[in-house]
Design a protein around this ligand. Structure first.
Ligand code: MN
Length: 227
């Protein structure tokens, strides 16, 4: 037993459909990947993708409730296709990028939109708007060996049963393969990394008591409640 000052934290893990656990190393997120959402946020569709990160322990699984976070009065939902990386690589070619995908899930990139707006205006980092505690509820991972590599299909989100977001994976500006190739030019991807691939239009605020349900056709669901 190493001489740790305190017991190291256990890895955060996401359940895999049909059994097993996917231990999370890092959580990367694509900033903008659906034209209609880019327009609703007042940005230029032609901009290349950019990335930010959340800490691994922001991941919440099993449909657990999440708290309404401090330091915001504009807490937003973003439903996203989540890519689970299963094979290490850097400078990955688009043509072989999908070989690095273990599987897929449906997830939520929860956002303190008011803090993000302040950060954008001031040219400051997004961490406190995006990478806060329990900001990434994620559903079960479906292996690509079972479901393939989805590149079309409805991605939707409802709050209290009322639909708020609807898009199609086919409307992603950057495909999963292109996203992996692009991101791996900046960082070495490792098994255990997950990539949240951006949200379609319709983002909006939630309040305490709201039930959020996301679904991606052929991939799966995610659910949480704002406690
Ligand atoms: Mn997002």
């Amino acid at each position: 037993m190493a001489d740790f000052l305190f017991e190291p934290h256990a890895p955060v893990s996401i359940p895999i459909a049909r059994g097993g656990l996917f231990a999370v190393r890092r959580v990367y997120c694509v900033g903008r990947n659906y034209a209609e959402h880019i327009k609703e946020m007042g940005n230029d569709v032609r901009d290349p993708p950019f990335f930010f990160a959340k800490p691994a322990d922001a991941v919440v699984v099993g449909g657990a409730a999440i708290p309404y976070p401090p330091q915001t009065s504009d807490f937003h939902h973003e439903v996203e296709l989540v890519v689970a990386v299963g094979k290490d690589g850097a400078d990955i070619a688009v043509e072989t990028a999908l070989d690095h995908v273990y599987g897929y899930a449906c997830g939520l990139d929860m956002t303190r939109r008011d803090l993000q707006a302040i950060a954008k205006k001031a040219g400051r980092p997004w961490e406190m708007a995006k990478g806060f505690d329990q900001s990434a509820p994620i559903g079960t991972i479906e292996p690509a060996s079972a479901i393939g590599h989805p590149d079309k299909g409805a991605i939707t989100l409802s709050v209290n049963g009322s639909e708020r977001q609807r898009g199609d994976l086919g409307d992603q500006i950057w495909s999963v393969a292109e996203t992996i190739a692009f991101l791996s030019q900046f960082v070495t991807l490792k098994a255990g990394d997950i990539i949240m691939t951006g949200t379609p239009a319709g983002v909006g605020a939630v309040v305490r008591g709201d039930v959020i349900e996301g679904e991606i056709a052929g991939v799966g669901k995610v659910r949480t409640v704002i406690a």
